[in-house]
Design a protein around this ligand. Structure first.
Ligand code: NAD
Length: 478
């Protein structure tokens, strides 16, 4: 069994209160690692280390130095991708193909921001009084607390850590208690890359640790990925010290298929949109809006294909869908499926699994619900599991109305061969991302984030650097 340690001020340490949490492999329900449950003192030590390092070292570092270290980290991540992917698949049950891809995507993120580290220019501003020289500087904010969810630990962290470090901030990372091991292993690469002591610190444990960190008045920035309820608690803490937040929260994303769509692309696109990672992605296209004239045809095609999805060991490269991540998820998702029929929806295919070969893990088969109305709970609340709600609509107007009738606004998809319609609808959708004739495609350069209860602030792209820098104005009387 792996016994993990935390990384504070350049040292690998145990928790001050000697408490540990178990990491359970959702494939076989075995405890395979333990991680420390940090104490309040550990959290404070990590913040202090980050502050010290920021003031004495990192904020004075050259962009070139930060870029060099980030490029080195990206290389190390690529070299260790397989090892880290295996750990992550064990920790959260995601299939190895996906976790491996995510490691390389994360490496791309570090490279992308490495390229920006020495290009964070200010501006020179011409004023009415020409005897005045006015210019701006873009400065790091200070100590950033980065809190992540369990579904894609290394990739979610890269969205935050890469721009934070490139801009010259020091950080304290708090991964999810459900899947911390890959982040702790990744921290070894940070050490190996040669980042100075205290620039990156990591403390582990449950929500209490996140609470200690976000209550601190010594923190200058909080970036959080997780659920809406937790975001509210963090928002309350942060408001006391006016700490700026980036919030990447949940979704109930509409994926809309119009009657003129190419179904050879739309059907697999809709399925990948929901069933990848066993539906446990914030951007899951969980509401499939289908024009009524093709609704039955699409439902039949999806039902047929769903039955060919290969469930199995996440570490087997041939597996197409793994278990859900933990026992809590498993029971919650099954309960949701059980009660949909009482609301008037119908389970077309899916639900609980009775295959004895999969009985050791938290498996739920890909589930398709038809006759779903957008008013039903299953269409309004995030299920965070492999459950697709198929909702019919008549025309463009109704598709927009249903799509936007949600508390969330993270992502959305449009499937059509009509170019004007694609742009018309993209303009109307209340979502941070609109995909046209694709879904779940991501790029380091493209900004990502939500509206409404999906959060605010942007990750990736140049936009993320604005979350980790602030502007100082300097005015000189010549
Ligand atoms: P969660 O909110 O339960 O936990 C997220 C993190 O917050 C964990 O590290 C947890 O320990 C910490 N936390 C818990 N209580 C806290 C508190 N009081 N103060 C500070 N931190 C606290 O979410 P989860 O179950 O880990 O993740 C699932 C959610 O994350 C879903 O809603 C999903 O949509 C969302 N998510 C969003 C994105 C995105 O980019 N928008 C990506 C992945 C997941």
């Amino acid at each position: 069994m792996k016994k993990m340690k935390m990384y504070i001020d350049g040292q690998w340490v145990e928790s001050g209160n000697h408490e540990y949490l178990s990491s359970v492999n959702p494939f076989n329900r075995e405890v395979w690692a333990t991680v420390p449950q940090a104490s309040q003192q550990d959290a404070n030590d990590a913040i202090e280390a980050a502050r010290r390092s920021f003031h004495t070292n990192w904020k004075h570092s050259s962009g070139l130095k930060r870029a060099t270290l980030l490029f080195k980290l990206a290389d190390l991540l690529d070299e260790n991708a397989e090892h880290l992917a295996q750990i992550e698949s064990k920790d959260n049950g995601k299939i190895i193909r996906e976790t491996t891809k995510q490691m390389h995507f994360a490496a791309r993120m570090y490279r992308f921001y490495a390229g920006y580290a020495d290009k964070l220019y200010g501006e020179s501003i011409p004023l009415d009084n020409t005897n005045l020289l006015d210019y701006t500087m873009r400065e790091p904010i200070g100590v950033a607390v980065l809190i992540t969810a369990w579904n894609s630990p290394i990739q979610l962290l890269a969205n935050k850590l890469a721009p934070a470090l490139a801009a010259g901030n020091c950080v304290v990372i708090k991964p999810s208690e459900q899947a911390s091991v890959s982040t702790l292993e990744f921290t070894k690469l940070i050490e190996a890359a040669g980042f100075p002591q205290g620039v990156v610190n990591i403390v582990t444990g449950d929500g209490r640790v996140g609470d200690y960190l976000t209550r601190s008045d010594k923190v200058n920035k909080i970036s959080f990925t997780g659920g809406v309820h937790t975001a509210r608690l963090i928002g309350n803490n942060a408001s006391k010290n006016f700490v700026p937040l980036t919030l990447e929260l949940g979704g109930k994303s509409p994926n809309i298929i119009y009657s003129d769509a190419d179904l050879e692309r739309a059907v697999p696109g809709a399925m990948a949109g929901i069933f990848a990672s066993s539906g446990q992605t914030c951007i899951a296209g969980s509401r499939l809006l289908v024009q009524r004239s093709i609704y039955d045809e699409v439902a039949t095609k999806i039902a047929k294909r769903v039955q060919t999805i290969k469930l199995g060991d996440p570490l087997d490269p041939l597996t197409e869908m793994g278990p859900v991540a933990n026992e809590g998820q498993y029971h919650r998702i099954l309960k949701t499926i059980e009660k949909v029929e009482s609301e008037g929806a119908k389970v077309l295919v899916g639900g609980e699994i009775h295959d004895p070969e999969l009985s050791t893990g938290y498996y739920i088969s890909p589930t398709v619900l038809i006759n779903v109305s957008n008013a039903m709970e299953v269409a309004r609340e995030e299920v965070f599991g492999p459950v697709l709600c198929m909702i019919p609509f008549e025309d463009e107007e109704e598709s927009i109305q249903i799509a936007n009738d949600s508390g969330y606004g993270l992502a959305s998809g449009i499937w059509t061969n009509n170019l004007s319609r694609a742009h018309r609808i993209a303009k109307e959708l209340e979502a941070g991302t609109v995909w046209v004739n694709t879904y779940r495609t991501s790029a380091a350069q493209a900004p990502f984030g939500g509206v409404k209860q999906s959060g605010y602030g942007r990750e990736r792209g140049f936009h993320a650097l604005q979350e980790y820098t602030r502007t100082k104005n300097v005015m000189v009387d010549l």
